[in-house]
Design a protein. Sequence first.
Length: 267
Amino acid sequence: MIAAIRCAVPDGAIVGARVARGERRRPDRTLLFVHGVGSTAAIWDAQLTAFGDELTCAAIELRGNGAIRPDPDPSLVTRAGFAQDVLSIADALDVERFTLVGCSLGGVVAFELWQRAPERFEAMVILGSFARYPEGQRYADSIVAAVGAAGNMREFAQRRAAQLALPPARMTETIEQMACKSVPCYLASTQATWTGDYLAVLPTIRAPVLVAYGEYDAIAPPALSEEIATRIAGSTLAMIEKAGHVANADNPAEFNRVLREFLKEKI
């Protein structure tokens, strides 16, 4: 069963999580899932269901993502703030070390958090993400312009979803998760997502790392995942077949298989 929790972060923002903790779970193993800029924590429900009986699993609702109200001041929607959200949920669950599984923005959050608290990581899974997005500021500016042209988040969500190589069954879910966000917080999250530069951080990562990408991902193409894997010693690179940018939801069975194999072999 998936339960919802929420807590206050020291800077005043509110963070939440969708949590699955079965009676048979191993108390010493925790998976923390972090969603992308257009998603909410519900994007990880297939993983919470698949792994929640065995491990403590929490999908984090990042500040300003629309699923947790009230919205924070947009000035608090930053990569540093997102990293603190992860730690706040881990502390609320009384979890010292964890495997962080991050998709897109979630991968960026993993790199930010590694700089701040590497001792908290047991392992890291980076999905459809990047250490430095090519011409990231220009890309962020183009999204800001697209939101302005759309006039509201629902119209923007409908247009954006068409770019994500989604299976037809995923279209409604994607639009609803994106449309629930406020424009100011989404724009702040957009800036945080696409403008970081963590290339120098990658060689410092010593935890076991899985880098995965969707076969049809046009937002974060394979070269960006390959760049990450090349710069992290001992990392594993995997393609999720028949999936786009949010591969864990596009093809959950295959993503879960790859994740389970990584956890079994590396941790």
